[in-house]
Design a protein around this ligand. Sequence first.
Ligand SMILES: Nc1ncnc2c1ncn2[C@@H]1O[C@H](COP(=O)(O)OP(=O)(O)OP(=O)(O)O)[C@@H](O)[C@H]1O
Ligand SMILES: [Mg+2]
Length: 311
Amino acid sequence: MNHMDETLLTDFENQLNPACPDLSGIPPVILGFGEISTTFAIPAMPGIAFKRMPPFASDEDIADYQKVVMQYCDALRKKAGIAVAPYHFHTIHNRDGEIILYISQPRFPAESIGNTLLNKADEAKLAPPVRTLIGHLFSLSRTNRDHPDGYALGIDGQISNWSFQANGEALYFDITTPMVRVNGKDQMDPEIFLKSSPSFLTWIIRRLFLKEVLDRYYDMRLVFIDLLANFHKEGRPELIGPMMALINQNIAEQRMEETIPLLTRREIDNYYRNDARIWRIFLAFRRIDRFLKTRVRRKKYNFILPGKIRR
Ligand SMILES: Nc1ncnc2c1ncn2[C@@H]1O[C@H](COP(=O)(O)OP(=O)(O)OP(=O)(O)O)[C@@H](O)[C@H]1O
Ligand SMILES: [Mg+2]
């Protein structure tokens, strides 16, 4: 990671206009929009990617959250052998008295990130990265089956969450939702995101962290379905068939059928239709919420929203 300038990050935060990032004192380069965090680069620190979290209610809440992120990343590395991108935490008390957490990571080249790869790849090019993911997700599936020390781990295995290195390794970087359970108990308290967002959006954030919603990230069969269904959104549905065949072949060869029954095309397509609907509704709600806050109540809007996205 190149030089990190905390003073500059503080200036950036204090001049940030989350509702219209382009109008900020130091305009960011947006790298990605998340449900919870937004990832961007600051031109003066080009090698670093920053994830900005919604405000926390207290320093203690930030400390708790950081502890769980560390616990999650350590467990992914040590228990499942997944390479997690390095990260650092930066807490800023901004001029509005809010407590904002940034997570910095090395900024990976766009060409290395799974969705860029997917957009350009054919079947032959995509097979090796998908094989790497199969290895990681099988390993995670075994961890969750054997749960060493009572641990179970969830992962959002979508292709857009990995940076594929020249040596064939895949680095996982989507770490802002730490999905770790010890003896069945979620280690993160989702309420820490809710305390500071007193709006009608809280129900949807709560939904995002509902046990049933999170459960699907602990079930590697559903993680594979999610990974493949996303090829629709990325405009490459023709690659679903061949990659599903590759995954199924590995499930059979490595005798994983009991934990991961073979995938079917119909489930993938049905899943996509449902998922796309949920997120369209979610984003529509957020736009209304932003409108109410910035135009009607003239309050600061603390999430950065994407424009219209194709699903
Ligand atoms: N370290 C990084 N370097 C380069 N680009 C990144 C980096 N981290 C994230 N991005 C870009 O931003 C996108 C979204 O980031 P990420 O997957 O971490 O969060 P998310 O899934 O959008 O957010 P959330 O988990 O909060 O819902 C990625 O798909 C990628 O294109
Ligand atoms: Mg992501």
